[in-house]
Write a protein that binds this ligand. Structure first.
Ligand code: KG4
Ligand code: ZN
Length: 325
């Protein structure tokens, strides 16, 4: 079995996975959403202190597996450095105490393998990763064959939902809040400009849209919020769709996946399904419970790394907050 630890942002999570069967034997996550909600976003120093309380509490529950563990896996990149260190410290301590090897897991690979929890991995895949920290398109052929073909120039898709919810004083995380609010609004009420629509570049940008929404919020009243949310969600998604369609013209998709916290968005899922139809491409999605950050997806990557012998050591396992794929 492998014990995996995730603490790259505001979720403390530990999982235990059976190596041979890929079965998830234990999985728990303590989210810090309530604590960060009053600030409208994650406060890194507060997140770090909360991991110190939550991670050992979860670890206590996994004692019964200790004798059967073959490796300790931990997210070591990318993420908030002050929260990544919490998981890495715990992993190194466990590795020393139990005398078993370490596996350093890339968080973005974790999101991709969230598609394959308790399943066999299938490639090649074109992947849209939409989370709080990332918005990128990747061509994935395997664990060590991932190429980013488009990324955001500024904010990420999920982050833009967080910022819109913050401007409306609706709490954190903004994604589910804005998606729910949008259900009561008219998506065509506000004609926000689709970002980069005149640019031939296949890249993403959310800072301009965020500013347009800020002006609408300032000029309107609370009664306009549902219409603003629905219009924002339509345009934020239209931007992804426009750039994907452009990309598909050169690189027709066969198997496409959406991963990351924001891949839980129902409107986005439906719209992507539509643009895949002309290609007869298959759409892969993670189970809703595994879209947002969790240790089960880290454990799933760790099985592949274990089988490939991709070990880390106490000396060479570093935190790399800004690493990219
Ligand atoms: O993957 P994740 O848990 O953390 C990062 O790796 O960043 O993603 C969290 C992000 C947050 O920005 C959150 O607002 C967004 O995913 N999110 C959503 C939805 N659910 C979560 N964004 C849009 N619609 C949703 N339903
Ligand atoms: Zn994530």
């Amino acid at each position: 079995m492998i014990l995996s630890i995730e603490s790259s942002c505001d979720d403390s999570s530990i999982a235990v996975t059976d190596i041979a069967t890929r079965q998830l034997l234990y999985h728990k996550k303590i989210s810090q959403e309530l604590e960060h909600a009053r600030y409208g976003g994650v406060v890194p120093e507060l997140a770090s202190r909360l991991h110190v309380e939550a991670l050992p509490k979860i670890l206590e529950e996994t004692r019964r597996y200790f004798a059967q563990l073959k490796a300790i896996a931990v997210t070591n990149e990318p993420g908030l450095s002050v929260t990544l260190v919490e998981g890495v410290m715990m992993a190194k301590a466990l590795s020393i105490a139990l005398q078993i090897p370490l596996l350093g897991v890339n968080h973005l690979k974790g999101h991709i393998y969230s598609l394959f929890i308790e399943k066999k991995a299938v490639f090649p895949l074109t992947v849209l990763l939409v989370s709080g920290g990332h918005t990128q398109v990747m061509e994935v052929r395997g664990l060590n064959a991932m190429k980013t073909v488009a990324r955001t120039l500024d904010d990420s898709f999920g982050e833009s939902f967080d910022k819109v919810a913050k401007m409306m004083h609706l709490g954190y995380p903004g994604g589910p809040i804005i998606e729910a609010l949008a259900k009561n609004g008219d998506p065509f009420c506000y004609n926000f400009t689709v970002p980069l629509h005149q640019s031939p570049q296949i890249a993403f940008s959310y800072s301009g849209l965020k500013n347009a929404v800020r002006i609408a919020i300032e000029e309107g009243s609370e009664t306009d919020y549902a219409n603003i949310a629905a219009s924002f969600q339509r345009v934020a998604t239209a931007h992804l769709l426009q750039k994907l369609k452009k990309y598909f013209k050169q690189h027709p998709p066969q198997c496409f996946a959406i991963v990351g916290g924001a891949s839980a968005n129902g409107y986005l899922r439906e719209e992507i399904e539509e643009i895949l139809k002309p290609y007869g491409a298959k759409l892969l999605l993670s189970e809703l419970q595994y879209c947002a950050d969790n240790a089960a997806m880290i454990g799933r990557v760790a099985i592949e790394m274990y089988e490939a012998g991709a070990w880390s050591s106490i000396e060479n396992l570093h935190v790399n907050a800004k690493s990219t794929l």
